[in-house]
Ligand binder design. Structure first.
Ligand code: AMP
Length: 395
């Protein structure tokens, strides 16, 4: 089935038009500066990219611009929007209401709306994307695919926070986890590559600008590093990961920050950017560290150290590990970071083949022949997962 995938942010909207069987991508692109002025970038494999300034006061005009260019006789890829069999929407937070993807109807929209307090930055934008598509394509089925859904199989001991239980009961405070569509895709591929679907213990390392790990037993998530929101876990590009809450009180007292300013520091100015003072991009950090910048080196060391600690923790949580998967921007591309993380894990049977590890963005096993744990690089494909879920629900 030909599926249009929409990932709507507050002032931007990414789209991809693809075949759910096999994953061929016909077109992809980005609407930017929605609500300001509006710019469309449209890419078709084998053709030159198209860039257009188009007024986009709301997400409605952005979706209309996407449909217009898709059916354009020269720049487009279809004759009529009837060729779009269904639309799959990426939605950040499904709260406790969504354990899997679902067809969008009034009830679903209401449930997504109820999750806004849990995902205040993303869910309203996701809803704007959904509502714009419903208005412009009222007869085309729409599906919501949630970043949190894959993690809903975690047992209570993994998702409960050690704060008064009433906050869980009354206010839904618990670990949810994110990047679920990526963790679901790469863990399923890893299980295929292991060839033992009956019993498998996989640790997925989604290492990008935002990063998270998941522990997956027999295809089901049993733990993940992100929490109620995506700030938790280990240091990321600009996010701090887990911090002692005392630091908030201390710095807010010392500098007079309010909670918004404090969270802005933890979300936007921390992580490897905060430690290094150089960049949130691992390529810049590699270069700076190679030129002798000690704080850039410290940021890289801290990142690798924290990921390695969580790998150890998740191996213990699962009673062992059969495969470690590296995915997303850093995980797929950084030979050095993968090697750095695996250094010191030999005690648990993790042995990397340094030669095989000199690879970028390909699905490949980089473990040494005598490694008890397989080490896979698996390029993530969240769009394909969204397309497959959408097609399955709309058939
Ligand atoms: P993502 O959020 O998955 O798109 O990942 C983006 C991040 O991947 C960038 O910020 C870079 O830090 C990182 N990245 C991409 N290519 C490389 C590379 N060749 N070496 C190291 N890091 C990379």
């Amino acid at each position: 089935m030909k599926i249009l995938i929409i990932n709507a942010g507050s002032s931007s909207l990414k789209y991809q038009f693809m075949e759910s069987d096999g994953g061929e991508v016909f077109a992809r692109g980005l609407c930017e500066r929605i609500g300001i002025d509006g710019r469309l970038t449209h890419k078709v494999p084998g053709r030159e990219d198209v860039k257009q300034d188009i007024p986009m006061p709301t997400h409605g005009e952005a979706i209309q611009a996407v449909l217009d260019i898709m059916v354009d006789p020269e720049k487009g890829v279809i004759r009529s929007t009837d060729e779009i069999a269904a639309v799959g929407h990426r939605v950040l937070h499904g709260g406790m209401a969504f354990t899997e993807s679902c067809i969008i109807d009034e009830k679903c929209i209401e449930a997504i709306r109820k999750c806004i307090p849990l995902g205040p930055l993303h869910n309203p934008a996701n809803l704007m994307g959904i509502e714009a598509c419903q208005k412009i394509m009222p007869t085309t089925p729409q599906v919501a695919v949630f970043d949190t859904a894959f993690h809903m199989t975690m047992p209570p001991r993994a998702y409960i926070y050690a704060i008064p239980y009433e906050y869980y009961e009354k206010d839904d405070v618990r670990r949810y986890g994110f990047h679920g569509t990526s963790h679901r895709y790469v863990s399923a591929r890893a299980i295929d590559m292991l060839g033992n679907p009956e019993h498998s213990r996989v640790i997925c390392c989604h290492l990008g600008n935002g990063s998270s790990l998941s522990a997956v037993v027999d295809g089901k998530c049993v733990d993940t590093t992100m929490g109620l929101g995506p700030l938790a876990g280990f240091p990321m590009g600009t996010r701090s990961g887990d911090v002692d809450a005392t630091i908030l009180e201390y710095l807010m007292g010392r500098y007079g920050y309010d909670i918004k300013e404090m969270l802005n520091i933890l979300n936007k100015k921390s992580g490897v950017l905060g430690i290094s003072g150089v960049s949130s991009d691992f390529r810049d950090l590699d270069e700076a560290a190679a030129n002798g910048n000690e704080r850039a080196q410290l940021a890289l060391d801290k990142f690798a150290y924290e990921v390695r600690k969580f790998i150890g923790a998740y191996a213990s949580a699962m009673g062992g590990v059969d495969a470690i998967v590296f995915t997303a921007g850093v995980g797929e591309n950084s030979t050095d970071m993968r090697e750095h993380i695996c250094q010191g894990l030999e005690y648990m049977g993790v042995k990397m083949d340094a030669e095989k590890n000199r690879v970028r963005g390909r699905e490949v096993d980089v473990s040494a022949p005598d490694s008890r744990v397989r080490i896979f690089i698996i390029p993530t494909n969240e769009e394909l997962m969204i397309a497959m879920d959408t097609a399955a629900l709309c058939r």
